[in-house]
Design a binder for this molecule. Structure first.
Ligand code: PLP
Length: 398
């Protein structure tokens, strides 16, 4: 997915091709997804709540798209008393809906210290408003510690309303022990929300057997459209709405459903799951080629690759270039035609130091010099080799 850089400076310098290695922030939309959205839009006005034939047709299309997402992710949504998929504006809203809407709002809530800002900032704001928040610690590899969960269950004054843990971290790619966390939650009778934003399309996810009560899904991370997301709820789980308005989605999330975007999301999830083994193998190969190239050329003393000793997504490299400043590096890499990030995309504007690396107990120099790279199914070996040339030239100063 190389793109020519637009030369904003008008300096007449030759432009370089941009190599997109920021696929944890968002991904290029798969052309087949663009077609699914365009086809759905071309069908005409589509308000799934309208009572005329066009409305009923839109409703049918919406239900079909949702059923496809459920089916490919292992959850039959068509049964009576089935699990539900609530359409939201994205992962951020789905996470907010889960944390605000599940369980007793006066009971404590438990979240891990490495969650995405859409969970962390909300938990911090709840804490400021007087709600008790239990913070789950991680080990030095970035894996949530089960003993920290047991300690919180034992020491909080009442059992929490909800535990929220992501399935894989967006900065390090480190996969979390969701099965063990789910077992502990269920034994205690506490619902579990899992932010699976980074996992779908990269590792296998089965909604029915994950052990979660609620799961966040975000199609723009898997070559689908941005501006749409889902909160999956297991059968029978009650949720309070965050928004007030019409009666759509059984009052849990009012607003006209984006039928065409849901069609695109369904196509994206269908393709991501159907092509998973091929694309995961491809990403894994490129990620390893990238990391081995960095280690070979820069030397083991010069860089730290985080989470390398534990289970990680096949796509993500989180690397500290010791002695360098991440902000300056990011700018230089951008000028060199490499799109990457120094943390989660939401914070790349202001870019505070990574809360994830800090929770892992990383040394200050590691936090100061960290850059995140993410490949996708569209990345190529040639792009990786060109990236290595550009990065190593920058780091080595020649
Ligand atoms: N959760 C995780 C783990 C993410 O990586 C992101 C996006 O970066 C989100 C939630 C937010 O998703 P969205 O951009 O759809 O609001």
């Amino acid at each position: 997915m190389s793109r020519p850089v637009v030369d904003h400076t008008n300096s007449g310098q030759q432009s370089v091709n941009v190599i997109y290695l920021d696929n944890n922030a968002t991904t290029a939309t798969d052309p087949r997804v663009c077609k699914a959205v365009a086809d759905a839009m071309a069908r005409g006005p589509a308000n799934a709540s309208s009572q005329h034939q066009l409305g009923m047709s839109a409703r049918h299309q919406l239900d079909q798209s949702l059923a496809v997402i459920g089916e490919v992710l292992g959850s039959d949504l068509t049964r009576v008393d089935a699990a539900r998929l609530i359409v939201t504006s994205g992962g951020t809203e789905a996470n907010n809906l889960a944390l605000n809407g599940i369980g007793d709002p006066t009971a404590p809530i438990v979240v891990s210290r490495i969650e995405h800002p859409s969970v962390l900032a909300l938990a911090e704001s709840m804490e400021r408003s007087g709600r008790l928040v239990g913070w789950l610690d991680v080990d030095s590899h970035g894996v949530v510690r089960l003993d920290s969960l047991a300690e919180l269950f034992a020491n909080l004054p009442t059992l929490p309303a909800l535990v929220s843990v992501m399935s894989a971290n967006n900065e390090t790619g480190v996969i979390q022990p969701i099965a063990d966390i789910a077992a502990a939650c269920h034994q205690a009778g506490v619902p579990l929300h899992v932010d699976a934003t980074q996992s779908v399309g990269k590792v296998e996810i089965n909604l029915s057997s994950l052990g979660a009560d609620a799961v966040t899904i975000t199609p723009h991370k898997l070559h689908g459209p941005a501006g749409i997301g889902f909160l999956w709820l297991r059968s029978g789980l009650e949720i309070r709405p965050s928004l007030r308005g019409g009666e759509q989605q059984l009052l849990t999330r009012p607003g006209t459903e984006p039928v065409a975007m849901v069609a695109g999301a369904a196509e994206a999830v269908r393709l991501a799951v159907g092509e998973l083994s091929k694309s995961a193998e491809h990403m894994n190969r490129l990620r390893d080629r990238f990391e081995c190239g960095l280690l070979d050329r820069l030397g083991e003393q010069a860089i730290v690759i985080h989470g390398r000793q534990v289970s990680r997504l096949p796509s993500t490299t989180c690397v500290s270039f010791l002695g360098h400043d991440r902000q300056q590096l990011l700018m230089s890499l951008d000028l060199a035609g490499i799109a990457c990030s120094s943390g989660s995309a939401c914070s790349s504007g202001s870019s505070p130091p990574s809360h994830v690396l800090m929770a892992m107990g990383c040394h200050r120099d590691e936090v100061q010099s960290v850059i995140r790279f993410g490949v996708s199914k569209f990345s190529t070996a040639v792009e990786i080799d060109h990236s290595l040339d550009r990065i190593c030239r920058l780091i080595l100063g020649r």
